[in-house]
Write a protein that binds this ligand. Structure first.
Ligand code: NOJ
Length: 526
């Protein structure tokens, strides 16, 4: 059994990709004023989702080689998104609605246009040289080892001027900071304090695994998959000092009251607590939790979802915050990944599992990936069909020409806005948005779903289910992962269906219930 104990348990976080939420200044790219304008949709207005927390992907000064994940000033806003005053206004308005604000923080690398890197690359004896990772070439001029960048190709970039390579685990315009240098640790802590002092509620911390390298800087192993050789990233991340660095960051957060951070650690699909344990035990779990990406990594199969969810919730300890993640700006949209009908069932899991629930903007509309023609691709990590652009298309608010996202042609094309947008889905009782609204209301108002104890249950193999219980209220959640009708039987179950992903003839449940293909149900017990 799992019992909620963290203050954020039961809450809902909504991720905003600022380029794509709402363009207020008419340049085709979303901005901070656009987010402020749409806050009523998120919380506190007549037509609100009423989520509890937002996480805004980077809006800091940046040449936008990786759309803001290449920061050239940690303490300012890029003019594309607005000004610091715009951010302060956003924060004030969010707080006035009871909405908490997490910002994205990128400690592993800066932009190559950051002042720190400009100094570092100027000469070998510059005081900031050691803030980044420089190595000599091998005798034949090749890079110091075979490490690969996440975006493809060598992770080392040659600098003719000073005759050394620098390390970039991502884009060549994102040089890795040298976390072994105490000045770097201090500079990052200062940047974090800048925002915490302003009143933000915490951070989503980017790409943490890369912050610590193996001191050997040894060659990575060459593996074979599908008959092709590839280099597995091993020594360039998860080094022995990783948890020292993350604890430093967590200490900064913990030195303020009621602040929190969620860290982007790409742990494998859950099979046991190895890996997850380290993040909860070696970092102050009161202020830090790792994303659990298993719902993205696992195939859409009842047995996998059952083992990873039941097992994980069995393995966490009192005080830990589970953060199951189904979607984000780096992953194919849920409805494209698993299917449009299946996405309705996934929504039920997303919002009835314990912990901090996470939604990515547009999940609530069932947005699907939009294939981007090759000549319009924007993402620098654009292997395959358009990289990550397909899941970053603008939010469709209404059926006006540019979907109410902008008055001009947006930076990425919209999907079919006449079919699916906030305005028309709000009115349709069986739309995806109506389903999400029902689920969000239940997560807030039904004490069992909000913070109730979680217990695994026995189900037919194609069904994943569990109960949540608080005081006298118990609900059973059942999700049919198959395309068949399946009967669930439990002699003690007597109650009523309070939510269904598809229309049903009857709501009463007595000892047995038939689940339709891909149907998910919430049953409240009498
Ligand atoms: C993870 C972020 O989610 C992704 O969008 C970014 O490209 C990399 N980290 C590099 O910062």
């Amino acid at each position: 059994m799992y019992t909620a104990s963290h203050p954020l348990d039961g809450k809902v976080l909504y991720q905003i990709y600022p380029r794509s939420f709402r363009d207020e200044n008419g340049d085709g790219v979303g901005d901070l004023k656009g987010i402020t304008r749409k806050l009523d949709y998120l919380r506190g207005g007549d037509k609100s989702l009423n989520v509890d927390v937002i996480w805004i992907s980077p809006f800091f000064t940046s040449p936008m080689a990786d759309f803001g994940y290449d920061v050239s000033d940690y303490c300012d806003v890029d003019p594309l998104f607005g000004t610091l005053d715009d951010f302060k206004e956003l924060l004030k308005e969010a707080h006035a609605r009871g909405l908490e604000v997490l910002i994205d923080f990128v400690p592993n690398h800066t932009s190559d246009e950051h002042e720190w890197f400009k100094e570092a690359r100027a000469s070998r004896d510059n005081p900031k040289r050691d803030w980044y990772i420089w190595r000599d070439a091998r005798a034949d001029g090749s890079p110091p080892n075979n490490w690969q960048s996440v975006f493809g190709g060598s992770a080392w970039q040659w600098e003719e001027a000073t005759g050394q390579y620098y390390l970039h685990s991502f884009h060549a315009k994102q040089p890795d900071l040298n976390w072994e240098n105490p000045e770097v640790q201090q500079a990052i802590a200062e940047a974090m304090r800048f925002w915490l002092d302003m009143g933000i509620d915490g951070f989503r911390v980017d790409a943490v695994s890369w912050m610590a390298k193996d001191p050997s800087y040894g060659d990575d192993p060459i593996r074979i998959a599908d008959g092709k050789e590839y280099i597995e990233q091993v020594y360039g991340k998860n080094g022995p000092r990783l948890f020292d660095y993350l604890s430093m960051i967590a200490d900064v957060v913990a030195s303020y009251e009621k602040k929190f951070m969620v860290v982007e650690a790409w742990l494998p699909e859950w099979t046991n607590m190895a890996g997850y344990d380290e993040y909860y035990r070696k970092i102050n779990a009161a202020v830090c939790a790792p994303f659990n990406f298993s719902p993205i990594l696992a195939p859409w199969e009842a047995s996998r979802f059952k083992s990873m969810t039941d097992g994980f919730l069995e393995g966490v300890e009192p005080g830990d915050l589970p953060v199951f993640c189904f979607s984000n700006h780096d992953q194919s949209r849920i409805a494209s990944r698993i299917g449009v009908d299946e996405a309705r069932a996934a929504a039920v899991l997303q919002l009835t599992l314990p912990g901090l629930a996470i939604m990515y903007y547009g999940d609530e509309l069932g947005m699907i990936d939009r294939a981007i023609p090759r000549d319009q691709v924007q993402d620098p990590a654009n292997g395959g069909l358009g990289g990550r652009d397909p899941e970053r298309t603008p939010m469709p608010w209404d059926d006006s020409q540019f979907g109410g996202f902008s008055e001009v042609k947006p930076w990425l094309p919209l999907g079919d806005i006449s079919m699916e947008n906030v305005a028309n889905q709000w009115e349709r009782p069986h739309s995806m948005l109506s389903l999400y609204r029902e689920l969000l209301n239940l997560r807030r108002d039904n004490p069992a779903i909000h913070k109730g104890d979680y217990r695994p249950i026995r189900t037919p193999s194609q069904v994943f289910g569990y109960t949540r219980q608080s005081g006298g209220v118990t609900v059973t959640v059942l999700v049919n992962f198959s395309a068949e009708f399946i009967t669930y039987e439990d002699a003690d179950l007597s109650g009523e269906v309070i939510l269904a992903t598809h229309s049903r003839d009857t709501d009463g449940v007595h000892a047995r219930i038939e689940l339709g293909p891909r149907e998910a149900l919430i049953i409240e017990h009498r």
